[in-house]
Ligand binder design. Structure first.
Ligand code: ZN
Length: 522
């Protein structure tokens, strides 16, 4: 009786607007936004559709300093900077020997280092039937977009798509069926030829810096041996098409988007492989982007045809951009761009500290990775009696003298930086987890990259605009099309989708809702 009275007293229920049934998140590894402008007239497929019909944030950034794949993917659906996801570098990303792969040889992987929650968790909190499928060529690209959730998460290893024991004890039938087709092995002898006639490409196909000087000209041919071809396919557009085919099989098998709201995350990695080998100004990257455009048209059409245009929201972004070969930059512009390594300085300082610590000591007191100097084991260091400040001052001075180094900052000084006028300091603040042990950060001059003199690849990982500027595009139900100026960050994607879906973050986040791009609710 009491319940009945309460029901009568309650205001008439206005039905909550139904949520879109599917959130599709496409993260193209190393996709620079200028590619979409440069080859705009040749885009006819999925990229064209998103750019012309979507909300395009022209000033989109992965606004942190170490612009690598793992930190980048950790921001996309968490709303958190790497400083708060705890994923601050690739080499301490998803590797986990306690989570071996199922049915494949390769490094074990899990999201154990990831902190925080993601859009998927926020959805699941209000709708326990929500599911996620996340697919990538790379473990980190599949795992990190959905945080710690034990969902359907698969990546490519040695010719098959698999997962790790963190997620499952066996592969489901649809994955086994896909793998049994052995499609990557059928790439033996396949050629990668230009999609359009030669005249459509302004880039010189024969630049000395490309692909370490080997196999620089179209068409590129894969090895005749099927195992070697399945491995080499990761360096061609072929693997993007296979990743999307696999994702679509999963989408159908799991019947995503047909009950509550599900998340389908796909990360495409061939752009990264082609960009590293041939650079951002190559004919190869041009053709690769055209192929992503065509593949996405095929993929999005099938998804939209299945669940209905009004039931889908699509996001397109990237985990980072890329910087050209410094040798090319020097040759073309005269700019002082270099490959930079400070390893000899770090090694020399470690040996000096050994001597100060006393007889027989040999320790990695300091460790350096992609611009970050880590002080290992602070307690032992203090016991040497050497003042940290004086050591760091000396190291910073030596590093500042290295060709290609732009600036060296003490981490302790960063909180006092003006993060509005100093984007480099801001990106370092967004980067560094307080407990990571980073004491000094090194930023290179524009055009310079980390790496050995003979590494011969184009690279990313700097707090530069080349590496941090990424596309952020929303499309679909509830999105107001247009081009939006003013900085938007990848950490804004999750709260914006959350607002659109009517779900709220489960914890404090760094991003904000990009309200301009949301259509008023009706
Ligand atoms: Zn890369």
């Amino acid at each position: 009786m009491i319940l009945l009275c309460l029901a009568l007293l309650a205001p008439p229920a206005t039905p909550a607007p139904a949520r879109p049934k599917l959130v599709v998140v496409i993260t193209v590894d190393q996709l620079r936004p200028d590619y979409l402008d440069r080859w705009k007239s040749q885009l006819t497929g999925g990229l064209f559709q998103l750019v012309t019909e979507g909300a395009v944030f022209a000033d989109g950034y992965q606004d942190h300093a170490v612009t690598e794949t793992a930190p980048g993917h950790s921001t996309v659906l968490s709303g958190l900077w790497p400083a708060h996801t705890g994923i601050i570098r690739n080499s301490q990303g998803v590797q986990d020997s306690t989570a071996p792969l199922l049915g494949a040889n390769g490094p074990g992987a899990s999201p154990r280092r990831f902190r925080g929650t993601t859009l998927f968790d926020w959805l699941k909190a209000v709708d326990p039937t929500t599911r996620a499928l996340s697919v990538s060529r790379k473990d980190r690209g599949a795992i990190l977009p959905i945080g710690r959730a034990r969902e359907q998460v698969y990546w490519y290893q040695s010719g098959v798509f698999t997962t790790s024991r963190y997620y499952a004890d066996s592969l489901p039938p649809w994955v086994r069926t896909f793998n049994a087709r052995r499609l990557p092995f059928k790439a033996a002898n396949a050629t990668w030829a230009l999609l359009l006639p030669d005249s459509a490409y302004k880039e010189d196909d024969n630049e000395a810096w490309e692909n370490g000087g080997r196999d620089v000209l179209f068409p590129h041919r894969l090895p005749a041996d099927s195992v070697r071809a399945a491995a080499a396919a990761v360096n061609t557009p072929i693997l993007d098409s296979l990743t999307l085919l696999f994702a679509l099989d999963g989408f159908e098998a799991l019947r995503l988007g047909r009950r509550g709201t599900d998340v389908l995350a796909v990360s495409l990695s061939s752009t990264d492989a082609v960009g590293h080998a041939f650079g951002p100004d190559s004919r190869e990257i041009h053709d690769q982007v055209l192929r992503v455009d065509r593949y996405l048209a095929w993929f999005l059409k099938r998804v939209v045809d299945r669940v209905g245009r009004d039931n889908v929201v699509v996001v397109l972004t990237a985990d980072h951009g890329v910087t050209s070969f410094p040798e090319r930059t020097r040759a073309k512009t005269g700019a002082q761009a270099y490959r930079v390594s400070v390893d000899t300085i770090v090694t020399a300082v470690n040996r000096e500290l050994d001597r100060l610590a006393g007889a027989g000591t040999s320790r990695e007191w300091l460790n350096f990775d992609t611009g970050m100097l880590f002080l290992q084991d602070n307690g032992r260091f203090a016991a040497t009696g050497v003042k940290t400040d004086s050591i760091l001052d000396a190291v910073a001075e030596r590093m500042r003298a290295v060709r290609g180094v732009g600036r060296v900052d003490r981490v302790a000084d960063l909180p006092r930086a003006d993060t509005a006028s100093d984007p480099v300091a801001r990106r370092w603040v967004h980067q560094l987890a307080p407990d990571a042990g980073v004491v000094l950060v090194v930023t290179l001059q524009p055009g310079s990259i980390w790496g050995a003199e003979n590494s011969l690849i184009a690279m990313h990982g700097q707090p530069s605009d080349d590496d941090a500027h990424v596309p952020i595009i929303l499309w679909g139900r509830g999105v107001k099309a247009g081009t939006y100026r003013g900085r938007a960050n990848t950490v804004d994607i999750a709260p914006t989708l959350g607002r659109l879906l009517g779900v709220t973050p489960l914890s404090l986040i760094d991003g904000r809702v990009l309200t301009d791009a949301l259509a008023p609710r009706n």
